[in-house]
Structures are given as structure tokens and as C-alpha cells.
Design a protein around this ligand. Structure first.
Ligand code: PKZ
Ligand code: FAD
Length: 643
């Protein structure tokens, strides 16, 4: 099962080696992190990142090994955006000449970059960004300026204190004409003494959710006062500005400037499976350790993992972790396929790539954020201790529902894609993830044929149910929209229904890709059977949770919905014997989990008790301040008996 989760034996071996390298290195210790003040915390992160970089250089780690090393260091840092966005943006939007100049500097960390797109006043609405880049033909330069307070760059990770350069997204103005938003490489700080360059105001935006957590990252604020950069620092693969001041839009879609966001969104889907699997590993192991009630004749109490309510909350999350892992594998393939097509100037699958990355990023991060919180609750009171690993995991993870695109805004992008597909059904055969809409007539007519709970253990029945739900919801939206004279008005009015139809479409993709995964060769005795059970748990859990959709579109009867729930209960009993093996398959070290509840050895209570005494508050029997502030209350002579 470990190979199935890792994707291959090589990846299992490589990631295991990196996990152990980090776990055995005291520099990467994590438990004291929540106790540190902001400046100490940030300095500690710089120290860890420097040590990580030294390991990469000294051990000559490959790009893949370095990626796993940074994952297992498990600390949001400026390097995430340098490697995760600044470099990919230059790779995707730079000309060959620009790549030749900037990539070696960035890859050798001679410069540190960030991705400065979001502003105080705009994040979702990229076309609304206010920072300007005005071409000055006399000097052959762009003048980068922050015309308003709301144009201040705000949020970019690594911007506040670490980055020397930024990829700044700004309104391109040539000869007084606005030509859309484009990316510009701007140096922010001196490479000598790291002080901000003239015209640059830069700093950190302040504390974020949860102590420790994401406060290791210097999300920054940045303002420009007429900062000049050479013309060749505008990324010019998509569009060019000539020395003479002529704007040239090459024949590639302007949306390629959004390419980095598409790339990161697809990586965020696999990140979701990693984050959710960590939480599920902790909650599953602890649910097997924790006993509460149920003792008979003085025997042991019942393991909480054996309660049906615990299973109905925990096992769908376990199944979701595997589902997101596999759909993330597929999405990576889709992204690489689009990237190759773009190289050949084939833009035919760009809309699908945008819709899939946007929709699956939204779906998986929402489910993962909710899932980590559910895992905290599944661990009872101890789940609320920082030493459970869950509060920090939650605090670090939840911005994923916002960064790289607010999840609702992204679902609205999927809705545009679906509505367009439905509107073209009469004359254009849908392909790829919307191919099922080509069978809309059948999907609108045929209803569910399930007669017994067993009938739900049929991939065909599952896929048809999800296809029918998605198709009928999309067609219903299409019909509603047709009643509006102004399509944009209709879209705005029906936005909530459209978002629900987008969720249905995206859940169909996840379920289908899980089923497709099971049609591949999966090594290991009994592994495929265990994954089949999880696939049905995932699908039937969603069907149960969203049964209102399936009933409302008339595809399912209440009886068939009940049969699905009966089957779900049976499936939970089948997951139970393998639950620990399934989470052990994630192959996480105790260091990476950072959780006393999720310890591999299950030695929870002694370690919880031990950890309590390490809290600084227990440095003395009587806490500082007691004598000063509490003692007087205890000693005071109360004149009125009423008090
Ligand atoms: C515990 C462990 C956790 C890990 C712990 C690690 C911590 C460390 C890691 C942190 C990693 C993240 C760090 C965050 C980094 C940021 O957050 S970077 C900033 C992200 N910002 C965004 O995502 C902005 C979201 N907004 C947008 O993308 C755009 O404004 C919108 C919403 C797509 C609207 O685009 P628009 O051009 O204004 O207008 P719109 O009419 O919607 O689109 C026009 C056409 O372009 C198409 N289009 C739009 N976008 C695209 C696109 N991307 N591609 C192709 N076509 C597109 C549309 O489909 C539409 O097509 P048609 O319908 O005309 O055919
Ligand atoms: C931890 C973190 C790290 C980040 N890192 C970076 C970074 O490195 N670089 C960078 O450039 N940015 C970064 N960001 C910014 C991030 O990309 C934006 O916050 C994100 O794109 C959301 O945009 P917004 O903040 O403008 O949200 P808004 O769009 O203002 O969202 C507010 C509400 O309005 C709703 N809404 C907005 N538009 C619509 C609409 N058309 N229809 C319906 N509802 C709508 C949203 O759904 C949401 O409920 C980061 C943010 C965070 C939290």
C-alpha cells in the first residue's frame, strides 16, 4: 500500500530517505515553534531554510529530493514562493533570453524572488490591479508605480523581509494606452546589504492566524514610487513592447499570464492529499489508542475507532485522502499535457486545464480544511493541544482555501466553463472531463437502476449516478440562464446554483479518476481490494452527503439513497480492520506528523504527560504574577458578605 500511496517504489524510497534525513536532524526540530516570538520565529525559519539549502548543495540533492526535503522540513518559508512561483513564472512567461539571464541566478539562489500580484485592494480581480508599469521610450524603461494606497502589493509570501526581487504584476501602459496586466521583474533590495532600493517601501503585513504556523512566512507589503526598470524586465513570452514603444500581442491567449496560477493550483491538489492524510493518520491512530465507555465485567473499555459515529466521520476522510492523491496524479498529467501542447502553440485544452485546476483546487482544499478540523474533533480534548499536531496543521493549511484563488471565485470559473459546454451541446461534441455531457439525453432519461445495497458496489452505477447529477444540474442552470436577456445578469443571479453544479462536476472527476486508478495495475497483496473499498466509501459518502441533489434532479429515489447508506455502513466495517495499515502506508515519520496523538508507537499518555511539564509555564510551581495579582484577592478582607 505504501507504493500505491507514494506512486512508485522509487518515489517511496526517495521520499523515505528525505523524511529520515530531516527527522534525524536537530536543526529541523518543530515542537518549540509555537512558543517563539515573531522575530525569533522568523529568524529560526531563516536558519532552517539555510540549513536545508546547505544540505541540498553539500549532498548534491536532485530537484526531486530537494522538493521532498522542503516538504518534510514542514515550515512555510520564503523559499516556497521562490521555488514555487517566482521560478515557474519566469519559466512559463519569460522569453528564452530572459530565462537564460534570470533562471541561473534564481536556481543558484543568487537572488530570492516572490510573486507579487495581489494588492491591498484587489486579489481575485486580477484585471483590477492598480500598480502601473508605464513605458518610457526615451529611456527604454518601465516606470513601476503604486498610484493609490489600495495598489500596495499585499500578501506575497517571502516579500516582507527575504526577497531581493519580485515578479510584479502591473497594468501595462504604452503611449498612454492600457494593455492589460503583465509581469515585471523588479529588484527590491540591494544584493550588498539587503536594504530596500530607492523608491521601494517594503515590509511584513503582520501576524496571521494561529501562533507559530504560517507566521514563519514573511507575507509582505510593497509600494513603488516611480521605480525604473529596463524594458527587458517585462516578461515577454506572451506579449512584447518594442524599443520604439510598440505593443505586440503574440498569437498566444493573454490568459497565459495566468499560467503560474494554473501550475500552482494543480500542485495544491496533491498538497491537499498530503495535509489531509497527516490529519487522518493522527486521528486514526489516536482513535485506536483511545478507549472510552463500554467496559464489560471490568474488561477494557471500547476503542473509539469502533464506534459507528467515529467511523462515519473518520473513514470518509481517509478515503478522501486517497481520492485526492489519485486525482492529483491525474491533474499533474493533464497539466504536463497542456504545457506540452502550449509549447506547440496548441491552446485547445487550456480552458479545460483552467477549469480542472481551478475546480479541483477549490474542492480538495475546502474538503481538506474541513477534514483537518474534523480530525481535531475526532481526537476529543487532546486534539486541541498543540502537541497533537492538529492546531498548527489546521492553521498552516486553511489559507489554501483562499490563496491561489478564492475557492468560490474559482468555482465560478468552472461554472463559466460548464455553461459554455452546455450551450454548445447542439453543435460541438464535448471532450475530456465534460465528455459525459455528450450523453446528456440518456443521462436525462435513465434513472438509477439500483435495487439492492449490493448493486451500489458497481463502478458503472456510481459513475452514472454522478454523471446524471452533474449533467442534470448543469442543464437546469443552462435552462434558467436562457430566461435572462442579459447572460451576465443571469450568471450573477444564478451564481449559487452554478457553484453547486460546479461542485457536482468536480466531484464526478474525483470519483471517476479514483475508479480509473483501480483499473490500473496496483502492486501488493490485497491493496487493490482495500482501495476499492475506499473508492466506494468516498463515492457513497458524497452521494449520501449530497443526496438532496440526486433526489432533486430526479435521478435517485429515496429508497435507493437509503440503500446507498446501508452499503456505506457495511463498507465502514470493511475499512476498520485495515484502518491502521492504510494510514501507516502514508509512511510519515513522527517528526513530520509532529503529533503525540499520532505517534507510531501509540505511547500517547506518558508522552502527553511528559510534554505538559516542558511548557514554560511549568518552569516554576507558582506562576509569575500570582503573588502580585491573585494573592491580594485571596487575602482581601471582604466587608460585604454578599460578595
Ligand atoms: C500543511 C501543508 C500546507 C502547505 C504549506 C506550504 C505553504 C507555502 C505554499 C503556498 C503556495 C501558495 C501561495 C499563494 C500564491 C498566490 O495566492 S498568487 C495569487 C493568486 N491569485 C489568484 O489566484 C487570483 C484569482 N483570480 C483569477 O485568476 C482571475 O482574476 C479570474 C478570477 C480567473 C478572472 O479572470 P479575468 O481575466 O479577470 O476574467 P474572466 O472573464 O473570468 O476570464 C476571461 C477568460 O480567461 C479565461 N481564464 C481565466 N483564468 C484563466 C487561466 N488561469 N488559464 C486559462 N484561462 C483562464 C476564462 O475562462 C475566460 O475564458 P472565456 O470564458 O472568455 O473563454
Ligand atoms: C496565506 C496567504 C498567502 C498568499 N500568498 C500570496 C502570494 O504569494 N502572492 C500573491 O500575489 N498573493 C498571495 N495571496 C493573496 C491571495 O492570492 C488572495 O488573497 C486570493 O487570491 C483571494 O483574493 P482576495 O483576497 O482579493 O479575496 P476577495 O476576492 O476579496 O474575496 C472576499 C470574498 O469575496 C468573494 N468574491 C470575490 N469576487 C467574487 C465574485 N466575482 N463573485 C462572487 N463572490 C466573489 C469571495 O468568494 C470571498 O468570499 C496570499 C494569501 C494568503 C491568505
Amino acid at each position: 500500500m505504501k507504493v500505491a500511496w507514494a506512486g512508485s517504489r522509487e518515489t517511496l524510497e526517495l521520499s523515505d530517505r528525505m523524511a529520515k534525513l530531516v527527522a534525524n536532524d536537530p536543526v529541523f526540530e518543530k515542537f518549540t515553534r509555537p512558543m517563539l516570538g515573531r522575530k525569533e520565529l522568523f529568524k529560526n525559519t531563516l536558519r532552517k531554510a539555510a540549513h536545508g539549502w546547505k544540505l541540498i548543495v553539500d549532498l548534491r540533492l536532485t530537484e526531486e529530493e530537494a522538493k521532498w526535503l522542503r516538504l518534510y522540513i514542514d515550515e512555510p518559508a520564503y523559499t516556497d514562493l521562490h521555488w514555487g512561483m517566482f521560478i515557474p513564472a519566469i519559466e512559463g512567461q519569460g522569453t528564452e533570453e530572459q530565462k537564460k539571464k534570470w533562471l541561473p541566478l534564481a536556481q543558484k539562489m543568487k537572488i530570492i524572488g516572490c510573486y507579487a500580484q495581489t494588492e491591498l485592494g484587489h486579489g481575485s480581480n486580477v484585471q483590477g490591479l492598480e500598480t502601473t508599469a508605464t513605458f518610457d521610450p526615451q529611456a527604454d524603461e518601465f516606470v513601476i508605480h503604486s498610484p493609490t494606497l489600495t495598489s500596495s502589493k499585499w500578501w506575497p509570501g517571502g516579500l516582507g523581509k527575504a526577497s531581493t526581487h519580485a515578479l510584479v504584476y502591473a497594468r501595462l501602459i504604452v503611449g498612454g494606452e492600457f494593455h492589460g496586466v503583465h509581469g515585471f521583474i523588479v529588484q527590491l533590495r540591494s544584493l550588498e546589504d539587503h536594504s530596500p532600493l530607492p523608491g521601494i517601501t517594503v515590509g511584513d503585513i503582520g501576524l496571521k492566524f494561529g501562533n507559530g504556523a504560517y507566521n514563519t512566512m514573511d507575507n509582505g507589503v510593497l509600494r513603488f514610487d516611480h521605480v525604473r526598470i529596463p524594458r527587458n524586465q517585462m516578461l515577454m513570452r506572451v506579449s512584447q513592447v518594442t524599443k520604439e514603444g510598440k505593443y505586440m500581442q503574440s498569437d498566444v491567449p493573454r490568459q497565459l499570464i495566468y499560467g503560474t496560477m494554473v501550475y500552482v493550483r494543480q500542485t495544491i491538489v496533491v498538497d491537499a492529499s498530503k495535509a489531509l492524510s497527516r490529519a487522518v493518520c493522527i486521528a486514526t491512530r489516536y482513535s485506536a489508542v483511545r478507549r472510552q465507555f463500554g467496559s464489560r465485567n471490568g474488561g477494557p473499555e471500547t476503542q473509539v475507532i469502533d464506534y459507528k459515529t467515529q467511523q462515519s466521520r473518520l473513514f470518509p476522510l481517509l478515503a478522501s485522502a486517497y481520492a485526492f492523491r489519485f486525482v492529483g496524479e491525474w491533474l499533474k498529467w493533464l497539466y504536463m499535457d497542456v504545457k506540452q501542447r502550449l509549447e506547440a502553440n496548441d491552446f485547445s485544452t487550456l480552458p479545460e486545464a483552467h477549469a480542472c485546476t481551478a475546480g479541483l483546487k477549490s474542492l480538495t482544499t475546502t474538503a481538506t480544511a474541513d477534514g483537518i478540523e474534523e480530525c481535531r474533533k475526532l481526537c476529543g480534548g487532546h486534539g486541541y493541544l498543540v502537541s497533537s499536531g492538529l492546531p498548527e496543521l489546521f492553521a498552516v493549511y486553511i489559507p489554501a482555501c483562499t490563496y491561489e484563488g478564492d475557492n468560490v471565485v474559482l468555482l465560478l470559473q468552472v461554472a463559466r466553463f460548464i455553461v459554455k459546454t452546455v450551450s454548445e451541446l447542439g453543435y460541438k461534441q464535448p471532450v475530456g472531463t465534460t465528455a459525459y455531457m455528450g450523453r446528456v439525453a440518456t443521462l436525462m432519461q435513465n434513472n438509477c437502476a439500483v435495487r439492492t445495497a449490493e448493486d451500489w458496489l458497481n463502478p458503472g452505477a456510481i459513475v452514472e449516478a454522478f454523471e446524471a447529477r452533474a449533467a442534470r444540474m448543469a442543464v437546469a442552470c443552462g435552462r434558467q440562464l436562457a430566461k435572462f436577456e442579459n447572460p451576465e445578469e443571469g450568471f450573477a443571479e444564478l451564481a449559487s446554483d452554478l457553484v453547486e453544479a460546479s461542485v457536482a462536476h468536480c466531484q464526478l472527476i474525483v470519483v471517476s479518476k479514483f475508479i480509473e486508478k483501480l483499473q490500473q495495475d496496483i502492486p501488493g497483496k490485497g491493496v487493490k481490494q482495500s482501495l476499492e473499498i475506499l473508492c466506494y466509501v468516498y463515492a457513497l459518502f458524497l452521494l449520501h452527503k449530497h443526496q438532496g441533489d440526486f433526489l432533486a434532479v430526479g435521478y435517485l429515489t429515496p429508497k435507493q439513497a437509503l440503500l446507498a447508506n446501508d452499503q456505506l455502513r457495511t463498507l465502514y466495517s470493511k475499512v476498520r480492520p485495515n484502518a491502521i495499515a492504510l494510514v501507516d502506508s502514508f509512511n510519515y515519520t513522527d517528526h513530520y506528523l509532529g503529533s503525540i496523538l499520532g505517534r507510531y508507537d501509540g505511547n500517547v499518555y506518558p508522552k502527553l504527560y511528559e510534554a505538559a511539564w516542558e511548557d514554560p509555564l511549568n518552569d516554576s510551581d507558582v506562576a509569575d504574577g500570582f503573588h502580585q495579582y491573585v494573592q491580594p484577592i485571596l487575602k482581601q478582607k471582604l466587608h460585604s458578605a454578599k460578595l
